[in-house]
Design a protein around this ligand. Structure first.
Ligand SMILES: CC(C)(COP(=O)(O)OP(=O)(O)OC[C@H]1O[C@@H](n2cnc3c(N)ncnc32)[C@H](O)[C@@H]1OP(=O)(O)O)[C@@H](O)C(=O)NCCC(=O)NCCS
Length: 220
């Protein structure tokens, strides 16, 4: 299957890996949207993500993110932990040909550095490589975001380039190729499109990736 056939998986299924479940953003309930709104307004998260904190009211942010998520070049999911609590958002954007860019925000600080980001990315990468048939997933993050770089390396991303931006902040470009994903996975490509169970049960505790709050916040 090629990326041009992604239409058959749209809207995408729920995906699982380890302790997380990814649900299409269209499926978020009111509580999840309130938490997402809080994450997008958080100045520290905004700084890590390289965007201004959102000043949009919840209703407008929801409308814009839903519209964004309906685009053909984007797949956006809410991340839910093992207690079915919404903890963040992960997406593929700039989905063109056989490539896409990954963005992720674990918005709940209580969940940082506990493997949830790794699980969420693996669930999304399994979807990207095994269901969408992508050849490469890219991302970019900031040089000062050591936790993000460690998390990205853990799931197999390798650094390709470092560029210093106009304000002196270093932009780190990373990517993961399909072949490397399957090498790490240790299994042949899963054939079944639409298979929601993406990964094994977790045995141990456990994107600037652009989740586009700026795109959703023209006033930002
Ligand atoms: C970046 C993010 C997605 C990573 O998810 P996570 O669940 O926190 O990460 P994981 O637990 O899977 O992996 C983090 C790793 O970094 C390590 N780490 C944490 N702080 C670190 C630091 N300052 N320097 C180096 N490594 C660090 C952790 O120990 C862990 O490695 P380990 O499992 O070998 O111990 C998440 O922290 C997040 O969303 N943060 C806020 C927003 C953000 O930064 N988004 C990314 C923008 S590009």
């Amino acid at each position: 299957m090629t990326a041009t056939s992604v239409g058959i998986a749209h809207p995408p299924p729920r995906l699982t890996w380890g302790r997380v479940e990814l649900r299409p953003i269209a499926d978020l309930d009111r509580h999840a949207w309130r938490r997402l709104h809080a994450h997008f307004r958080d100045p520290e998260i905004a700084h890590l993500n390289g965007t201004p904190p959102s000043r949009l009211p919840l209703w407008l942010l929801r409308r814009m993110l839903r519209a964004d998520a309906a685009r053909h070049d984007r797949r956006t999911f809410g991340i839910f932990d093992e207690h079915a609590a919404y903890i963040g958002t992960v997406e593929l954007y700039d989905l063109r040909g056989s490539e896409a860019t990954l963005g992720i925000i674990i918005g709940e600080r209580s969940h940082w550095s506990r493997g949830y980001g790794g699980d969420a990315m693996r669930a999304l990468l399994a979807f990207a490589f095994e269901q969408l048939g992508l050849e490469r997933v890219r991302l970019h993050t900031f040089g000062d975001n050591e936790r993000a770089q460690a998390a990205f390396r853990k799931v197999g991303f390798v650094e390709r380039q470092r560029l210093t931006g106009p304000r002196g902040r270093v932009d780190v470009h990373m990517e993961l190729a399909r072949s490397a994903w399957f090498e790490r996975r240790g299994a042949p490509p899963a054939p079944a499109a639409g298979t929601a169970q993406a990964g094994p049960a977790r045995t141990a505790s456990g994107a600037p990736a652009n989740l586009s709050p700026a795109a959703a916040d023209a006033t930002g």
